[in-house]
Ligand binder design. Structure first.
Ligand code: TYM
Length: 351
């Protein structure tokens, strides 16, 4: 029995590359989810075998109305497809396939309390009422590690707020390999998954406060652009976004000191597929009177069709259910061999 993360990493992982990620069905999706995660999913599906799920197990770490959860799950599936994920190419499925939860239990016995105590998201989400939070909210990142490693995923596209959970996943993979892996540790049983966090969309901030993350839970709807917002809503929210009176600067250093301006330039860059430097090269010296209408136009051009496609897909829930059921079967098939191997390595009777 070892209680520490191993000091020496075992041998390299030699299995195939796989992408895995997910989004919780716990509220309307916003521009941060879209730029930090969704657009990356559809790009990656053309390069690597891609598994994308709806994180319903994670959603119930805080109360979800049972009468709404299945429909919220369909909404996320619709958002995936509307933003370009192809169900014939990528596996789109609900997280509540049995193997995730089963591996998560084994990982709860691999992860250490000290590791979970460091997780900032639990501290933020539990706030002042830690003792009233669900146990699941605390062990949440262990389930996330199981989500990823049950598929031996090597690449995980996420926004920056998930970085710490990915580091924990790597620690769990390393410790499992060390404690239970093939003798000698070569090749490693689990990969060390790479978080894919790059780009100006990795951390989209609130439109009302450049120091707060754009989030589903912000009470102000003007703080975020929702994927289901109409073109008029999107334009109005960009127009009302908080800014400062200065024109846009020449350099990234000057921009960094101005949180709200930095955020809007980042959003523009991510939507246009450019770098922030390229956006500044075009707009330096121009005020928000010029920049905001250009951003509103770009945001409407890119996002309004996504909302329209989502509404179209949601009009046919039976078709979405078919896609989710097919995805769940495919996911289970991919996950089962890993779980069987894990049970054998742990030494369970009959494994
Ligand atoms: P969730 O549902 O909170 O968010 C879904 C994705 O959106 C990203 N994101 C952002 N990106 C940029 N700017 C923002 N303001 C912003 N807000 C959210 C998140 O980083 C995420 O990529 N724990 C995950 C779900 C999950 C998961 C996994 C992800 C469960 N298991 C395994 C990857 C792999 C979550 O709560 O995401």
């Amino acid at each position: 029995m070892t209680d520490q993360a191993p000091a020496v990493a075992p041998g390299a992982y030699t299995g195939p590359s796989r992408v895995l990620s997910g989004v919780q069905p716990s509220g309307a999706l916003h521009l941060g989810n879209y730029l930090g995660a969704l657009v990356k999913f559809s790009r990656l599906q053309h390069e690597i075998d891609t598994f994308i799920f709806v994180a319903d197990l994670h959603a119930i770490t805080v109360w979800q109305d049972p009468a709404l959860l299945a429909q919220q799950t369909r909404e996320i599936a619709a958002a995936y497809i509307a933003s370009g994920l192809d169900p014939d190419k990528a596996t789109i499925f609900p997280q509540s396939v049995r193997e995730h939860a089963e591996l998560a239990w084994i990982f709860q016995c691999v992860a250490r309390l000290g590791w979970l105590d460091r997780m900032t998201q639990f501290k933020e989400k539990s706030g002042k009422h830690k003792e009233r939070s669900s146990v699941g909210l605390y062990t949440y990142p262990v389930l996330q590690a199981a989500d990823i490693l049950i598929y031996k995923a090597t690449h995980v596209p996420v926004g920056e707020d998930q970085k710490q959970h990915l580091e924990l996943t790597r620690d769990i993979a390393g410790k499992f390999n060390h404690d239970f892996g093939v003798p000698g540790g070569v090749p490693a049983f689990f990969p060390q998954p790479e978080p894919l966090i790059q780009g100006p969309g990795a951390r989209v901030m609130s439109l009302r406060d450049g120091s707060a993350k754009m989030s589903k839970s912000d009470p102000s709807d003007y703080s975020r652009i929702n994927l289901t917002d109409t073109a008029d809503d999107i334009a109005a929210k960009v127009r009302k976004a908080r800014t400062d009176p200065e024109p846009l600067p020449e350099t990234l250093e000057e921009l960094t000191a101005r949180a709200e301006a930095d955020n809007l330039v980042g959003i523009f860059a991510a939507l246009a597929g450019k770098t922030k430097a390229e956006v500044l090269a075009e707009y330096a010296g121009k005020g928000f009177g010029t920049f905001k209408p250009a951003l509103a136009e770009l945001a409407v051009e890119k996002l309004a069709p996504v909302g329209d496609r989502m509404r179209g897909l949601l009009a046919d829930p039976a078709e979405l259910d078919k896609i989710l059921a097919k995805g769940a079967a495919r996911a289970s098939e991919a996950a089962a061999p890993t779980l069987a191997e894990v049970k054998k390595l742990v030494g369970f009777w009959g494994a």
